[in-house]
Design a protein around this ligand. Structure first.
Ligand code: BTN
Length: 285
C-alpha cells in the first residue's frame, strides 16, 4: 500500500473534513503505483473549496503533494474571482499542495506547467484533441474542458507553498451540457464514454508530480517551447483583455522565460504580457 501515513496531516483535519472516498481505489492506486513516493489522496464528500481548505491548513504543515479531492464543492473558486461550477458525478475537483524554494515572480510560470501536465495526462489517456489556452485553461474543440487556479502562501520557512487547484469536466450530465454547450466540453468520446475519475485523477498526479519536481529544479523556461506547440492560439490573431478592461491585439507568437504571453502587433513590435483574458480576435471584440 503506497499511501503515506495520515498522521502527517494537521491533527484537526480528519475531524473537520472526514474522509469519504468516492473514487475507485483500484483505479487510483494502479496509476499512483509507479510514482517513487505516492501522494496522500484525501477524498471528501463535500466542502466549500479544496483550494480554500488547503490554504487554511497550510500553516499547520501538510505533506508535500498532499491531494484533497472533493466530490462536491459548494463555493468552488475560479480565476479572477469567478465561481467554479462542477457536478458531483461528472467533474473532478481537487487541489494539490506543493512547496517551492523560488520567488513569487518565478512561480508565475507554475500554472502553465500545471496546464501542460493536465494536457499530457489527457493525451496519454487517448484524449488527444485537447490543447492549452494561455495562461492555464485546457480546451477541447473550442470549448473549455478544465481550469487551473494556483494560490500561493509564504511559509515561515521562507519557502512558498502553492495550492494547485484543478477543475476538470469528465462527463457532464445532460442538463449541464445543454446549459453550457457553447462554452464547455468534457472528456467523453463519440460513444459517450469517458475514463473513470479515479483513473483520471491518478494519471493527472502521476504526470504532474514529476513536472513539478522539474519546475522546482529548473523553472519555467524549459517548458515554454512544448507549451507553445499545444497552444490553441499559436500564431493566431488574438485580443488580450487586461484586468482594467483595456485591450491589446497581436499575433500570439510565444512565451517569455517566466510564462508571460508574447504578442506581435501589426507594426511588427513584440510585447510580453502577464495576466488577462485571451480570445481570438474575431471573438467578443
Ligand atoms: C478557472 O477559473 O479556470 C480555474 C478553475 C479552478 C477550479 C478548481 S476546482 C478545485 C479547486 N478548488 C477551487 O475552489 N478551485 C479549484
Amino acid at each position: 500500500m503506497n499511501v503515506r501515513p495520515t498522521s502527517l496531516l494537521p491533527a484537526l483535519f480528519p475531524t473537520i473534513v472526514p474522509p469519504e472516498p468516492f473514487l475507485d481505489e483500484a483505479d487510483l492506486q494502479r496509476e499512483l503505483g509507479t510514482l517513487p513516493a505516492a501522494p496522500v489522496v484525501w477524498q471528501v464528500r463535500s466542502l466549500d473549496s479544496t483550494n480554500r481548505c488547503l490554504l487554511e491548513w497550510a500553516p499547520q504543515g501538510l505533506p508535500r503533494y498532499f491531494c484533497l479531492a472533493a466530490r462536491q464543492q459548494t463555493a468552488g473558486r475560479g480565476r479572477q474571482g469567478r465561481a467554479w461550477i462542477s457536478d458531483p458525478e461528472g467533474s473532478l475537483t481537487f487541489s494539490l499542495w506543493s512547496v517551492f524554494d523560488r520567488s513569487l515572480q518565478e512561480l508565475s510560470g507554475l500554472p502553465l506547467v500545471v496546464s501542460l501536465g493536465v494536457l499530457e495526462a489527457l493525451h496519454s489517456l487517448g484524449i488527444t484533441t485537447v490543447g492549452v489556452k494561455w495562461p492555464n485553461d485546457l480546451w477541447r474543440e473550442g470549448r473549455k474542458v478544465a481550469g487551473v487556479l494556483v494560490e500561493t502562501t509564504r511559509l515561515s520557512s521562507g519557502q512558498v507553498g502553492a495550492v494547485i487547484g484543478i477543475g476538470l469536466n469528465v462527463a457532464l450530465p445532460p442538463a449541464v451540457q445543454e446549459a453550457f454547450s457553447l462554452s464547455l466540453n468534457d472528456l467523453r468520446d463519440e460513444a459517450g464514454q469517458a475514463p473513470a475519475r479515479g483513473t483520471v485523477l491518478g494519471r493527472l498526479l502521476n504526470t504532474l508530480i514529476p513536472l513539478l519536481e522539474s519546475f522546482a529544479q529548473s523553472g519555467f523556461s524549459p517548458f515554454a517551447e512544448t507549451w507553445m506547440t499545444h497552444c490553441v492560439h499559436r500564431n493566431r490573431p488574438v485580443t488580450l483583455r487586461h484586468p482594467d478592461q483595456t485591450l491589446s491585439q497581436g499575433e500570439c507568437i510565444g512565451l517569455s522565460p517566466l510564462g508571460g504571453l508574447i504578442l506581435r502587433n501589426p507594426a511588427g513590435d513584440s510585447q510580453t504580457y502577464h495576466g488577462g483574458e485571451l480570445s481570438l480576435r474575431w471573438e467578443g471584440t
